[in-house]
Design a binder for this molecule. Structure first.
Ligand code: SF4
Length: 181
């Protein structure tokens, strides 16, 4: 049974999100990603491993990344060690999770549909959250794509920049390692 307080908190956070800038002007701040993560966490961990993926954005790869690009799978990390995506890939696959690096939010949505992903751990920035909120339905049941619903867990990347970005890699690892095999 879903915790009633978390449900109420997330419902409120979602409905007030469009007026967040206004609320901030009067000193009211809240972290939608953290509230959402808390709300979805149980469902994320409960989703079968085979239906779950780790999907990182391309801004985390090194600018000299030697990986090739597949229209179907995204950026094909070879774990060269220039960035930490390879480490997350190895860890994810070691836990039986699928791993992808995508070039855009649109690609991520199509990937989730094509691959039948039901839960995903990703990394995102404020800009993508605001844009996503305008173009994608988010409900208590997850993020709604065309024919699919995905239960998310998200970690914020450090800045809005498409090159050599950074993220809390330890937090990503912690979320992956917390999954039961
Ligand atoms: S570890 Fe993977 S993603 Fe990072 S630079 Fe190397 S091949 Fe590219």
């Amino acid at each position: 049974m879903k915790n009633g307080f978390k449900k109420l908190k997330f419902t409120l956070a979602l409905s007030l999100f469009p007026i967040k800038p206004l609320l901030e002007k009067i000193g009211i701040y809240y972290d939608l990603v953290k509230i959402g993560n808390d709300f979805y966490r149980e469902d994320f961990y409960r989703t079968e491993t085979r239906d779950c993926a780790v999907i990182l954005p391309h801004c985390l790869i090194h600018e000299d990344c030697p990986a090739t690009f597949s229209k179907v799978e995204g950026i094909l990390c070879i774990g060269c060690g220039l960035c930490r995506c390879g480490e997350i890939k190895a860890l994810s696959e070691g836990k039986g999770l699928r791993f992808f690096i995508t070039p855009s939010v649109g690609f991520t949505k199509r990937l989730a549909e094509r691959k039948g992903i039901k839960a995903a751990l990703g990394a995102t920035c404020d800009f993508e959250i605001e844009r996503g909120f305008q173009t994608t339905r988010i409900s208590l049941r997850g993020v709604h794509l065309n024919r699919r619903r995905v239960i998310p867990q998200a970690v914020m990347i450090s800045k809005y920049d498409c090159i050599d970005n950074d993220v809390d890699w330890d937090l990503l690892k912690e979320i992956i390692l917390s999954r039961k095999d």
